[in-house]
Design a protein around this ligand. Sequence first.
Ligand SMILES: *Cc1c(COP(=O)(O)O)cnc(C)c1O
Length: 398
Amino acid sequence: MTDALLGVYNRAPLTVSHGQGSWLFDVDGRRYLDCVAGIATDALGHANPVLVKALAEQAAKLWHVSNIFRIPGQEALAERLTGASFADVVFFGNSGSEAVEGALKTARRYHFANGQPERIDVIGFAGSFHGRTYAAINAAGNPSYVEGFGPRLPGYVQLTIDDEAGIAEAIARPTTAALIVEPVQGEGGARALTGEWLKRVRDLCTQHGVLLIYDEVQSGMGRTGKLFAHQWFEGVEPDIMAIAKALGGGFPIGAFLATREAAKGMVAGVHGSTFGGNPLAMAVGIAAFDEIAKLETLSHVQAIAALLKSELQALAARNPDIVSEIRGKGLLIGLKLIPNNRDFMALARDHDLLVAGGGENCVRLLPSLLLSEAEALEAVKRLELACGTARERLAKAA
Ligand SMILES: *Cc1c(COP(=O)(O)O)cnc(C)c1O
C-alpha cells in the first residue's frame, strides 16, 4: 500500500475490482454481499444498466458547462424533486457537505433578508453527522471532528435529542436562525426520530420563525421506503433539506431544497458552484430519480425492510450475547453490538459480507434498494455466522 495517500481513512484490507447489483468482487475474484453500498449511495446497486446507459449517452454529448448557461438536466431534476417534496426550489452541488453548507447559508440569509441579521444561531444535535466542512463539523459538534481545527465557529448551539426543555428554550431565543437534524441519524448509529419529536420541533420552529432544516443526505432518496424519511409523518415538513448520497446512485451529486420563502435571501451572485449540476451528474441523477421514485421500488424497499427487521430481531433473540438491539428505519438498519463493532465488521467480511460501522457501537446495513429477498436472507445467514465467530472469540478471550 502506498504512503502517498493522506491517511485519514481506516481502510479495510479489501481491494474492489468491480460490482454487480448487490455484489462486489475483489481483485482476486472473491465475491462479497455488499450491505454498505458506498454508505447508502449505490442505491440501485452496482453497474445498474439504466444508470450506465444514462451516463454513457451523456458522456458522448456534453460533460460540463458553466452555470452561467442554462442546463436542461438541472431544470428537469429540480422539477422532479420539487414535484415530489415540500420544496419549491433546488440548488445542485457535488456532495452532502456542500448541500448542508448551502442549507445553512440559506437559513442565515433568510433572516438577513428579513432585516434580522442577528439571527445566526444554528441548533444541532449530539450524535449527528453533517459532513466535513467547517459549517458541517460545527453544526454536528462531534468532538473528534472539530478538535484541532481552530476555534469553534460562532453561532452553533449543541443539544441532545432528549433535552426537550433545552430545545424549546433554544428555539425561542431571538438569535436563533435554524435547527438542523437528521430524521434518521445515520453515522450516529441508525437512530430514527419519532413523528412526535419531529412534530414538536416543527411546531416550535414555526411559532418562533426558526427555519427547520432536515439533513436527509443518508435517509433520503428511498432509503426508508418513502422518497424522504420525514414523509412517513404528517405535518413535519422542513423549510430546507439537504440531500446527496443516493441522489446520484453513486455519481457525486448533492443538493439542497427549500421553500421559495426560506430561499428568499439566495439571490443572484450570493452562492454558486463550478461543477454543481453538471450535465453528466444530472443525466445520472434523473435516471436514478425515476428508478427510485417508482412506487414499485419504494414498496419493494418497505417489503425487504420488513423482512429484514423480523429476521434480524429473531437473530438478535438467538444471539443476545452479541446483538443487543435492532434499530433504524427502512433499509437504514443498525445492529447494536456487545463485541466491538469494528472487530465485527472484519468477522462479517471473513464471511463475505460487507457492513458499515456506526456510532454507539453499531454496525449498519445500508444495502441497495433493489436487494432481493434471497439476498436479504443470505445477509442474515452471514451475520449469524459472524455472530458465531464473535462468540468463539469472546470465549477465547475470557
Ligand atoms: C454522508 C453524510 C453527509 C456528508 O456527505 P459527503 O458527501 O460525505 O460530504 C452529510 N450528512 C449526512 C446525514 C450524511 O450521511
